[in-house]
Design a protein around this ligand. Structure first.
Ligand code: NMX
Ligand code: MLT
Length: 435
């Protein structure tokens, strides 16, 4: 058994009694009330999900297993000579809650290599799809197509389901999937945008470096890949991609079904697709100005024009956060170091100076500050990844780390099928005393 699986098994054994005790002895303790506006308004703020993989404080931002982004970047082991940690070591942290040693992280690197071969039928399916299919459609289809590989589904079908050990099958599926996703993403990119010239993996490299290599990108894009996958990995459980993955898995659907569904949710413009929307929006008004970097006044006008036409400003606002997203700040820090004079970075910085005041003046958005998507496209563009339809696939590879860790723990703790209760409008009117 690998060190990761052994440590995870130990953590699960230690954790289970906590969940059992809470359920048996304190199950009636109330942690949230639900108002009519929450029921109609997307359940905002209703505390009804449990996860230990990450926690989102509205004012501090995300912590992964209790660690802030700077702590994660500083404490996790890194490939030799690199600034950003092994993604594989980060997955170890998400699964176990422990910062791995260098050896433990490298063990996961090796394990992923062994599991990374994409089946030929997945390549055939991708190649059979119209080339103008959105890369997220291709990505989700590839994941779903591999469902026949599921260890969980196979053992379930053979009557081997066991409530206490089924997390091991979910773990195997999660590891197999996670090992393949960067390869699938890079294959889609090279097939769709680079004249159908896939690049073979280099198995001497870690996930981030190998992804950069398969994309045909030079260093320091490997650092960008490691940073990007880690930053996008998880945002507690209520966001659309994490919640969907958890919800589908709660029906004992395997990791392939669940992740594919989560990725479909990520493809919405209010969620992960916002990163491509940001770039499209910026490029549109730069085109209108004949490619010139706009002045602050021109930018203000463009923001108001967008709002007045009934659209949202992509990359701004958040359902939970009430301050600048630390994932935005982390990418900004990278830009200040590596591309301080890049015009698109200056433009994104200028938006930061302009948009929050306008959103406050408009008075609708509860959070006028930028989220992760406001910044992610700039770095990709700088390194030559200008096909912004592809940006959400990068988000998806990262998001898989968090949601796959989550559903492994869902099975370990025996979380039941998710099934909230609905009410009718008549019932709401009765509760409100107006009927
Ligand atoms: N631009 C214009 N209006 C906004 C924005 C924005 N960026 N953010 C919120 N609003 C509006 C929102 O549409 C709503 O209007 P209405 O009452 O007419 O329906 C009002 O402000 C209140 O919304 P909030 O409660 O502040 O936000 P909510 O929790 O409903 O939605 C988002 C959160 C993230 C969906 C929303 O802020 C938004 O649409 N942002 C732009 C898209 C985006 O950047 N999405 C990426 C989120 C992060 N991610 O990676 O997934
Ligand atoms: C995410 O990373 O999932 C987004 O910031 C959306 C969210 O947390 O609601």
């Amino acid at each position: 058994m690998s060190t990761l699986k052994e440590v995870l098994a130990k953590k699960i054994d230690e954790h289970r009694p906590r969940t059992v005790k809470l359920l048996k002895e304190h199950g009636d303790v109330k942690i949230s009330d639900v108002t009519i506006s929450q029921a109609i308004g997307g359940m905002r703020g209703v505390k009804s999900l449990v996860t230990d993989i990450s926690y989102l404080d509205p004012y501090e931002g995300i912590r992964f297993r209790g660690y802030t982004i700077p702590e994660v970047m500083e404490k996790l082991p890194k490939p030799e000579g690199k600034d950003y940690p092994y993604v594989e070591g980060f997955f170890y942290l998400l699964l176990t809650g422990d910062i791995p040693t260098n050896e433990q992280a490298e063990e996961v690197v090796e394990e992923f290599k062994k599991r990374s071969q994409i089946p030929q039928y997945v390549i055939d399916i991708l190649r059979a799809m119209p080339r103008d299919s959105h890369p997220m459609t291709m990505f989700s289809s590839a994941i779903l197509a591999m469902q026949r590989e599921s260890v969980f589904a196979k053992n379930y079908k053979e009557g081997k389901f066991n409530k206490f050990t089924c997390w091991e099958d979910m773990y195997e599926d999660a590891m197999n999937l996670m090992a393949k996703l960067p390869h699938i993403g890079a294959y889609i990119y090279r097939m769709k945008y680079k004249g159908d010239t896939p690049i073979e993996p280099d198995f001497s490299l870690d996930m981030g470096s190998n992804f950069a290599h398969m994309m045909g990108m030079e260093p320091p894009y490997d650092e960008v890949a490691r940073m990007y996958f880690i930053l996008h990995s998880d945002h507690e459980s209520g966001n659309v991609s994490a919640h969907t993955t958890h919800l589908v898995a709660s029906a004992l659907s395997d990791a392939y079904y669940s992740l594919s569904a989560g990725i479909d949710g990520l493809a919405g413009p209010l969620h992960g697709l916002a990163n491509q929307e940001v770039l499209g929006w910026i490029q549109d008004f730069m085109d209108e100005l004949g490619g010139e970097v706009p002045t602050k006044e021109q930018l203000k006008k463009a923001v108001w024009d967008t709002l007045n036409s009934g659209q949202v400003i992509p990359g701004y606002g958040h359902a939970v956060l009430r301050k600048t997203d630390p994932r935005y700040a982390s990418q900004r820090e990278y830009c200040q170091k590596h591309l301080p004079d890049y015009p698109l970075f200056k433009l994104v910085s200028m938006l930061y100076e302009v948009v929050p005041d306008i959103l406050r003046e408009q008075g609708k958005a509860k959070n006028p500050w930028p989220n992760v998507d406001a910044h992610s496209g700039v770095i990709q563009w700088y390194y030559g990844l200008v096909e912004y339809d592809f940006y959400t696939v990068l988000f998806g590879i990262g998001r898989a780390l968090g949601v796959l860790a989550n559903i492994t723990w869902d099975r370990a703790l025996g979380y039941p099928i998710e099934r909230p209760k609905s009410v009718t409008t008549d019932m709401l009117e009765e509760s409100a005393g107006i009927k």
